[in-house]
Ligand binder design. Structure first.
Ligand code: WQD
Length: 343
C-alpha cells in the first residue's frame, strides 16, 4: 500500500511542486488548503504533470474539529508536510495578530491532531529569515538565530521552537524543519508555478511581470551595499530542487535514518547571487532585455545571505541541480503560460 502524506498548503507555490515530487516518488498525497493565497485550479496542474489529482480538503487548519475529521477520514496518515501559512513580510507588520493566530494556531492544531491520531512524522516549512542579517557567511544550521525582523519571521522562529519542544516531549514522533533560502522558478512543464497576489514583493515574479509588460520597470532596491556590485545578495534555488528536498527529508524520517527526532537543514545552492546578477541571468535565459532602474534601499532588507548546504548534502544526499539561468527560463515559461491563459 502507498504511504499517505498530508500536504498542508498543497495548492500553494512550494506545496504544489512538492505534491508533484511526492506523487512521482510513489506516495499518496492528500491536500488541505483554504485557498487563501492559491487557486483550486492548481490541482489540475498537478494532475496534468502526474496523472493524479490529489484528494483535496478546502479547510482551514485553525479549525481543529475539521482537522480531526480529516485525520479520521484519512487514517492512517504516515506523515504531514506542513506548508500552509501566511507569508507576506510587509503585510505581517501591519497585521501581526493575524499572522500569529493563523501561522501558530494552525501548527498547534496540527501537532495536537497528529498526536491524537498517532501520525509519526512532520516536515516543516521554515525559512532563512530566522538568521536575520548574518555575521558570518555562509550560514550554517548552527549560525545564531537573530531576533525576527517581522511578525512573519517570528512565526517561523516560533514554529521551529514549538516543534522542537513538542518532539522533545514525544519520543515516538519526529520532525524536520527545512530552512529555505530564496525559492524561484516554476515547474519545467509550466503546469504549475508561483501565483503572486497583486503586486509581487519578490524579485523573480517582479522581473517576469515587468518583462511581459504587466509592470513598467523593475526597481532595484539599492546599489550602495557592501557587495561587489552594490546590490543585495541572496541564494536563489529552483523550486523543483526545493520540492525534492522534502521527498528526501520525508524518506529519512520514514526509514528512520534521522539522527535525532528533531532536525534542521538549510536548503540553498551555497552560492550568493546579487540582484544585478539575477537580472543578467534572466536576460541570458530569455534573450529579453529587462527595463530596470536603481532606487533606494527597501526597509528591512538583509545585505547578503547565502547558505552552507553541506549538512543537507551530507545527511540528506540532496543538492541543487538546476542553475539560476535554467531557473529563470522556467519562471519565464510560466509567466507566458499565465498570459496565454488570460487572453
Ligand atoms: C530579493 C532581492 C530585494 C524586489 C524573501 C521572502 C521572505 C523570506 C526570505 C521566506 C532583495 C531585491 C526585490 C524588487 C528588488 N522568505 N528586490 N526589487 O528579501 O530575500 O525575502 O526571502 O521566509 O519572506 O520575501 O526576497 O525576492 O523579496 O528580494 O531589488 O522589486 O531582490 O531588495 O535584495 P528576500 P525578495
Amino acid at each position: 500500500m502507498k504511504r499517505k502524506i498530508i500536504v498542508t498548503g498543497g495548492t500553494g507555490y512550494i506545496g504544489s511542486h512538492t505534491a508533484v515530487e511526492l506523487i512521482a516518488d510513489g506516495y499518496e498525497v492528500v491536500v488541505i488548503d483554504n485557498l487563501y493565497n492559491s487557486d483550486v485550479s492548481v490541482l489540475d496542474g498537478i494532475h496534468a504533470i502526474t496523472g493524479v489529482r490529489p484528494r483535496f480538503y478546502n479547510e482551514d487548519l485553525c479549525d481543529r474539529a475539521k482537522l480531526d475529521e480529516i485525520f479520521t477520514a484519512e487514517a492512517p496518515v504516515d506523515a504531514v508536510v506542513h506548508f500552509a501559512a501566511y507569508k507576506a513580510v510587509g503585510e505581517s507588520v501591519k497585521k501581526p495578530l493575524e499572522y500569529y493566530r493563523n501561522n501558530l494556531l494552525s501548527l498547534i492544531n496540527l501537532l495536537e491532531v497528529m498526536e491524537q491520531h498517532r501520525t509519526p512524522a512532520m516536515v516543516f516549512s521554515s525559512s532563512c529569515t530566522v538568521y536575520g542579517e548574518p555575521e558570518e557567511l555562509p550560514v550554517t544550521e548552527s549560525s545564531p538565530v537573530q531576533e525576527a525582523a517581522s511578525p512573519y519571521g517570528f512565526t517561523k522562529q516560533a514554529g521551529e521552537i514549538i516543534i522542537r519542544d513538542t518532539m522533545a516531549a514525544r519520543p515516538h514522533q519526529k520532525a524536520i524543519s527545512l530552512r529555505y533560502f530564496n525559492p524561484i522558478g516554476a515547474h519545467p512543464t509550466a503546469h504549475i508555478g508561483e501565483l503572486p497576489r497583486g503586486v509581487p514583493e519578490n524579485l523573480v515574479p517582479f522581473i517576469t511581470q515587468t518583462a511581459i509588460g504587466l509592470r513598467d520597470e523593475l526597481k532595484v532596491f539599492g546599489n550602495d551595499y557592501n557587495t561587489p556590485d552594490g546590490s543585495c545578495i541572496r541564494d536563489y534555488l529552483h523550486v523543483v530542487d526545493l520540492a525534492r528536498a522534502h521527498v528526501v527529508a520525508l524518506r529519512r524520517l520514514i526509514t528512520g535514518e534521522n539522527k535525532a527526532n528533531y532536525e534542521v537543514f538549510n536548503l540553498g545552492t551555497g552560492t550568493g547571487v546579487s540582484v544585478l546578477e539575477a537580472i543578467a541571468a534572466f536576460e541570458k535565459a530569455t534573450g529579453v532585455k529587462l527595463k530596470y532602474s536603481i532606487t533606494g534601499r527597501r526597509a528591512g532588507d538583509i545585505e547578503k545571505i547565502w547558505a552552507d548546504p553541506s549538512l543537507a548534502n551530507r545527511e540528506l544526499g540532496w543538492k541543487t541541480e538546476i542553475n539560476i539561468v535554467e531557473a529563470m527560463e522556467t519562471a519565464w515559461r510560466w509567466e507566458n503560460r499565465l498570459k496565454n491563459k488570460e487572453s
